[in-house]
Design a protein around this ligand. Structure first.
Ligand SMILES: Nc1nc2c(c(=O)[nH]1)N[C@H]1C(S)=C(S)[C@@H](COP(=O)(O)OP(=O)(O)OC[C@H]3O[C@@H](n4cnc5c(N)ncnc54)[C@H](O)[C@@H]3O)O[C@H]1N2
Ligand code: MOO
Length: 402
């Protein structure tokens, strides 16, 4: 078992009485900082979307690879008028050099013949037989210099960056077929509760699982490899402990939904004690989703989410998103901020997380969102983080809903 060394990360021993709550921002920071990034692997570009770079992308080729035309037109040398002596098409070469008073009709992307100093775009050129001239005295040369955007050997994307579609295009543009990324963390979700059904219309007394359908795509969006959820009964209690032991063995991150409170069927804490977990966070000072858990078994992690679906969403954004970011070695993105309008008040004892809708430069929040209902979150653009000290004129941080 690896215990954190910093004071803030020292694990708390599980107690029967209510443990002290970790402040929301501190819980997030711990989840981000405690894990060690997974090992790197080299993979093809077409498998790398959404992965995190474990090494900078370094240009193998200069971009552009040669001085080339930025527009279609005439590459010219000397003073107008110019006599057109040939054509240069991209990928096909053309006249290697021209003399003063000569021009080459050129396609965008074609290497410019030696000696030409400017490309006159078609729309600025007047052609008459072999001759071409221009009335434009524009200073733009319309020539891209070799390595103007990247020289071979230049880093073009830093370690920790997420490979977006544009980033993959850039890696290809500088001549790469593979990239070095972090291995994806594997995640197993355990959905607890005798009342929970995985599919169909729930009969009276049963509750349809709302958490696995919500969490699986979020986890994939955060770069995880997500195994099929397992449904775990509350009874017998050992079933939960065995399910957790199995999941911790199989996956880097185990997520337990429900059973995090102190009710008669809520066995998570008992299982953690039996399995010798190192508990870093046991309750977070936020509304909703106070009952969240972050625990460690060696290099394996467990996050406990409250069963109520909106509270589970809040807890996933509080602990799971930064934990997966830490395991993937991802550089934290700067937090989006906005001014918050609506009938909202801070809670003096906790950070509130509210679904908000974008309204121009502002976001609009509702006074409360009940922990058990996803109605507002399902139509929200983000969750706003409302600290206990918040005042209406202060911008709030926004958490993207994926
Ligand atoms: N004495 C107290 N009791 C409770 C408190 C409290 O402060 N004092 N807090 C309540 C709150 S708030 C929450 S949240 C729950 C957290 O409890 P658990 O994490 O143990 O969750 P469960 O009891 O298993 O379930 C709570 C609720 O959510 C429904 N649920 C569970 N899983 C799912 C799912 N996958 N999909 C949809 N709905 C789910 C479940 O049926 C319950 O209604 O503790 C309270 N108790
Ligand atoms: O505290 Mo519960 O975790 O909000 O719904």
């Amino acid at each position: 078992m690896t215990a954190g060394t910093a004071r803030a990360s020292r694990p708390r021993r599980l107690r029967r009485s209510a443990p002290a709550l970790t402040p929301w921002a501190q819980a997030r920071a711990l989840a981000r900082r405690l894990p060690t990034a997974l090992p790197p692997e080299r993979i093809p570009l077409d498998a790398a979307a959404g992965r995190t770079l474990a090494a900078a992308v370094v240009a193998a080729a200069s971009l552009p690879g040669t001085d080339d035309a930025a527009v279609d037109g005439y590459a010219v040398r000397g003073i107008a008028p110019w006599r057109v002596v040939g054509r240069a098409l991209a990928g096909h070469g053309g006249p290697a050099a021209v003399a003063a008073g000569e021009a080459v009709e050129i396609a965008a992307g074609a290497a410019i013949p030696e000696g030409t100093h400017r490309v006159v775009p078609y729309e600025e050129a007047q052609r008459d037989g072999d001759l071409v001239c221009t009335a434009s005295v524009a200073a733009r040369r319309h020539i891209r210099g070799t390595g103007e955007y990247a020289a071979a050997g230049d880093p073009v994307l830093p370690t920790g960056a997420v490979l977006t579609p544009a980033a993959l295009g850039l890696a290809a543009a500088v001549g790469l077929d593979t990239v070095t990324v972090r291995r994806r963390p594997s995640v197993r979700l355990l959905v607890t509760g005798d009342e929970i059904v995985a599919a169909g219309t729930p009969p009276p007394g049963a509750v349809r699982d709302a958490v696995a359908p919500m969490l699986a795509p979020m986890l994939r969006g955060w770069g995880a490899e997500v195994a099929a959820p397992r449904y775990v009964p509350d009874q017998p209690a050992m079933a939960g402990t065995a399910a957790i032991a199995g999941a911790v063995h199989d996956a880097e991150v185990t997520v337990v939904c429900g059973a995090s409170s102190a009710g008669p069927a809520d066995g998570l804490h008992r299982s953690l004690r039996l399995l010798g977990a190192c508990v870093h966070v046991d309750g977070v000072a936020c509304r909703p989703a106070e009952r969240q858990v972050l625990a460690q078994f060696g290099d394996r992690w467990l996050v406990g989410l409250p069963g109520d679906p909106y509270a589970a969403l809040v807890a996933a954004l509080t602990l799971l998103e930064p934990l997966l970011g830490g395991l993937a070695g991802r550089s934290p993105a700067p937090a989006a901020q906005a001014l918050l309008m609506g009938d909202v008040r801070a809670d003096p004892r906790a950070t509130r997380l509210l679904p908000v809708v974008q309204q121009g430069a502002y976001v609009l929040g509702h006074a409360t969102a009940p922990p058990w209902h996803l109605g507002d979150a399902a139509q929200a653009d983000a969750l706003a983080v409302v600290p206990s000290t918040w005042r209406p004129e202060r911008p709030v941080e926004l958490l993207a809903l994926g």
